[in-house]
Design a protein around this ligand. Structure first.
Ligand code: 13P
Ligand code: SF4
Length: 330
C-alpha cells in the first residue's frame, strides 16, 4: 500500500519524516504533531541538545525527534558518552536520573517530572538497609528502575538485559535483588546463585497471564511470542523468547518471524513495525501511563523553557554513580 499523502503544509523535512511513520500514524493525526516536530528539531540545534528515547515512547517521538533510542542499558551507555550540553530524556524519571548521574555537569531535562515507575515507587533506602540486616553479607543488585537514593544504598545496578551477568559477576552464593519480584524470579531460573527478592512489580507487565498467551496462540496461529522479563514467570514459561526491549527488537531483526507478539508495552510494536512492515505484529500490549506522560508538546516546552531539570542530592550522587558505573564496566 502506498503511504498516504502528508498534509499539504508540510515542509520537505517534515514530509520525509511523515513517510517514515505513515505506517503507524494516520494522515489525520500527523498535523497535530508536525509543528512540534519542526520546533523540536530547531530547538535541539539552538540548545545543543540531544533526545534519548526509550523503546516505549510513542512513534512520533521515537521516529521523528529522538537522536538515540534503546532499552535502559543502551540509554545509560549513550548518556555516558554524550557530547551535547543538554540531554532530554524521553522516558521515565529514573532514566533521567541515571543520565544525570553519568553527566553531572550537563543539563538533563525530563519533559514531565511526574513520569514515574511502579517499581521505583516500591522501595526506599530504608528497605535496603533492612534487607541487608536480614541477609548479612549478601550484596545488593539493584535494577535501574529505582531512585538514585536506592541505587546509592546498593552495591551494583543491573538492567533486564544484563541481570544474570551482573548477579554471576559477584562470585557469591547469594544476592539480594531489588525491587522487581518477577525479574528476580526469572533470573533465579537461569542461575545457581540464590536470589533474595523484593515484592515490587511493574504495573504493566504484571497484567499478563499464561492464559493470555495460550489464548493468543489459539487466536493467532503461528505467532512467535516474545516476553519481557518483568512479566510473571508463568508468562515467561509460555513465551518463545524472553529479553529486554532491545533483545526483543534484536530477535525480530534476526529471525523475521511472519507473525510476532511482543508481550510488553504498547508502543514497542508500533515502533518496531515501522522497520518491518511485512511482519504481522499481534498486539497483546498494555500502556505504561508513566511513559505516556511524555509527549511532543512537553518535549518542545522543556526545550523552550529549559524547565524540568533533574538534580540529584550530592550526598547520594557519588554512591549511586558508583553502582551504575560498576554495572557499565562489566
Ligand atoms: P528495558 O530495559 O528492557 O528497556 O526495560 C525498561 C522498562 O521500564 C521495562 O518496563
Ligand atoms: Fe516502570 Fe513498568 Fe512503566 Fe517500565 S513499563 S517504566 S517498569 S511501570
Amino acid at each position: 500500500m502506498n503511504a498516504p499523502a502528508a498534509p499539504s503544509a508540510a515542509t520537505p523535512a517534515a514530509r520525509a519524516l511523515y513517510e517514515r511513520v505513515s505506517h503507524v500514524i494516520t494522515p489525520f493525526e500527523w498535523p497535530d504533531f508536525e509543528a512540534d516536530v519542526e520546533a523540536i528539531l530547531r530547538l535541539k540545534r539552538e540548545r545543543d541538545a540531544i533526545i534519548l528515547a526509550h523503546n516505549y515512547q510513542s512513534p512520533e517521538i521515537f521516529h521523528c525527534v529522538a537522536d538515540v533510542v534503546g532499552d535502559s542499558l543502551a540509554l545509560a551507555r549513550e548518556a555516558a558518552k554524550g557530547e551535547s550540553r543538554v540531554i532530554v530524556m524521553a522516558g521515565v524519571h529514573f532514566m533521567a536520573e541515571t543520565a544525570k548521574l553519568l553527566n553531572p555537569t550537563k543539563t538533563v531535562l525530563i519533559p514531565d517530572p511526574r513520569a514515574g515507575c511502579s517499581l521505583a515507587e516500591s522501595i526506599a533506602p530504608e528497605d535496603v538497609a533492612l534487607l541487608r540486616q536480614a541477609y548479612p553479607g549478601a550484596p545488593v543488585v539493584t535494577y535501574v528502575n529505582t531512585s538514585a537514593a536506592v541505587k546509592a544504598a546498593s552495591d551494583i545496578c543491573c538492567t533486564s538485559a544484563n541481570a544474570v551477568k551482573v548477579v554471576e559477576s559477584l562470585g557469591v552464593p547469594r544476592v539480594i535483588m531489588i525491587p522487581d519480584e518477577f525479574l528476580a524470579k526469572n533470573v533465579a531460573a537461569q542461575t545457581r546463585v540464590e536470589i533474595v527478592a523484593w515484592r515490587g512489580r511493574c504495573e504493566v507487565h504484571e497484567q499478563f497471564s499464561a492464559r493470555d498467551i495460550r489464548e493468543l496462540r489459539e487466536a493467532y496461529p503461528g505467532a512467535v511470542v516474545l516476553a519481557h522479563p518483568e512479566c510473571p514467570p508463568e508468562v515467561v514459561a509460555e513465551a518463545d523468547f524472553t529479553g529486554s526491549t532491545a533483545d526483543m527488537i534484536g530477535y525480530v531483526g534476526r529471525n523475521r518471524p511472519a507473525r510476532v507478539a511482543l508481550v510488553t508495552e504498547c508502543s514497542m510494536s508500533a515502533n518496531v513495525s515501522v522497520h518491518y512492515p511485512e511482519i504481522d505484529f499481534v498486539r497483546p500490549c498494555a500502556l505504561c501511563p508513566h511513559m505516556k506522560r511524555i509527549t511532543l508538546s512537553k518535549i518542545r516546552r522543556a526545550l523552550e523553557t529549559m524547565q524540568g531539570e533533574v538534580t540529584i542530592d550530592p550526598a547520594i550522587a557519588a554512591a549511586a554513580r558508583r553502582a551504575v558505573e560498576r554495572m557499565l564496566a562489566l
